[in-house]
Design a protein around this ligand. Structure first.
Ligand code: GLA
Length: 402
């Protein structure tokens, strides 16, 4: 009898030891360390929109080099994030493995290379049993995977939502958050839950940003068969969510399609203007090794980026909409404002705008108008604003104190 009890006791202890194996009680990240990870919207590059499964050590190192050489790093882009298809399997102890054919020197070496450029490193995981591309998911391995990524020196984790086996969204991502805390390394968590279960309600305190919709595909105005959609559709989803964004927690409108086939230059410029206005994370999604000067100019426009990165951390709201003609307002620090005239139409828009109708302007305060794309001061709020905006175009203005 005694032997039987002893066996049961040993079994229970064994299971507990196994469960404790990935729990780190010594170096848990304090909550305050997460609060300061994303005081302004995170900026970087993500491999998915241009490379999909074709990522490897060589092209990622070249992207890191291009990030520096193109001036993107100087403009504020920091993270190099490998999306789906970097992993291959797990070893016999359950450790997640990078594909050795694609990454012959392993993830630690790649992280070191990226860090040596003054950049930060991000990896993709999936909360379900498989990634969207059918690779190994992290369900049941959250703590072990977070520890492994921490050992490699990862700074940012995007966690996707494919093959989730009907888990509850908030608890699945809370588990991932706890796993990151436990890893001892304060890694940023991007909740890629496509707006399911309103992540803006439960995401703060769990992750630093959450995707609000399925993927932004490379078109201005479209919805595809799996609900991937264009710039204007994502803008509409973001519109009512302004109050949920702020320093440390952001609504993520998805990686940029600027510079990818499918958007004209005018559309790319409006897309970038709106992502800046919406205080969305800015992750370039084009092949930055080979971009045209025009595309580079859009992605590195420091005046537009300053609007996105403004420390007040407010997301723009839609002040006016009429037949596809929209005016968006983003309050900035120092009582300044950014204003975007966004033309969703196929026809051009002859704008005439009287600034006195803008109730959010400080009373009796005169502002100068700075055209962010022309890099020119173009008048003041005392004059009627007149401009012509092409189809799908946008004018982005900063109203600065005179
Ligand atoms: C989902 C995500 C995308 C990308 C792919 C990878 O569709 O929403 O951003 O990560 O999976 O398979």
């Amino acid at each position: 009898m005694k032997i039987k009890y002893l066996t049961i006791l040993l079994l229970i202890c064994g299971i507990q030891v196994q469960a404790q194996k990935w729990v780190n009680t010594k170096h848990v990240v304090p909550d305050e360390a997460f609060d300061t990870l994303a005081l302004t919207p995170p900026m970087g590059w993500n491999s998915w929109n241009c490379f999909q499964e074709n990522i490897n050590e060589d092209n990622i190192k070249q992207v890191a080099d291009a990030m520096v050489a193109s001036g993107m790093q100087k403009a504020g882009y920091q993270y190099i994030v490998l999306d789906d298809f970097w992993m291959i399997d797990r070893d016999e102890d359950g450790n997640i493995l990078a594909d050795p054919k694609k990454f012959p020197h392993g993830m630690k070496a790649l992280a070191d290379y990226i860090h040596s450029k003054g950049l930060k490193f991000g990896l993709y995981l999936d909360a379900g049993v498989n990634t969207c591309g059918g690779q190994v998911g992290s369900r049941g391995y959250e703590f072990q995977d977070a520890l492994q990524l921490a050992r490699w020196g990862v700074d940012f984790i995007k966690v996707d939502w494919c093959h989730h086996l009907d888990m509850d969204e908030a608890s699945a991502y809370l588990r991932m958050h706890d796993a990151i805390k436990n890893s001892g390394r304060p890694m940023m968590l991007n909740i890629c839950v496509w707006g399911k279960a309103n992540p803006w309600l439960w995401g703060p305190g769990i992750g630093q940003s959450w995707r609000v919709h399925r993927d932004l595909v490379n078109c201005f105005d479209c919805i595809n068969e799996w609900d991937g959609c264009g710039v204007v559709q994502v803008v509409d989803v973001m519109a009512p969510l302004a109050k949920y964004a702020g320093p440390g927690h952001w609504n993520d409108a998805d990686m940029l399609q600027v510079g990818n086939k499918g958007l004209s230059l005018i559309e790319s410029q409006s897309h970038f203007s709106m992502w800046c206005m919406l205080a969305s994370p800015l992750f370039a999604g084009n092949d930055i090794r080979n971009m045209t000067p025009e595309v580079k100019e859009i992605l590195t426009n420091k005046e537009a980026i300053a609007i996105n990165q403004d420390v007040l951390g407010k997301q723009a709201t839609r002040f006016m909409t009429s037949n596809g003609r929209e005016i968006w307002i983003k309050p900035l620090s120092n009582k300044e404002l950014a204003v975007c005239f966004f033309n969703r139409n196929e026809q051009e828009w002859d704008v005439e705008f009287d600034w006195t109708t803008l109730t959010s302007l400080e009373k009796n305060h005169k502002y100068s108008l700075r055209d962010v794309w022309q890099h020119k001061d173009i008048g003041t709020t005392e004059e009627l604003f007149k401009a012509n905006i092409p189809a799908h175009g946008a004018i982005l203005l900063k109203l600065h104190n005179k």
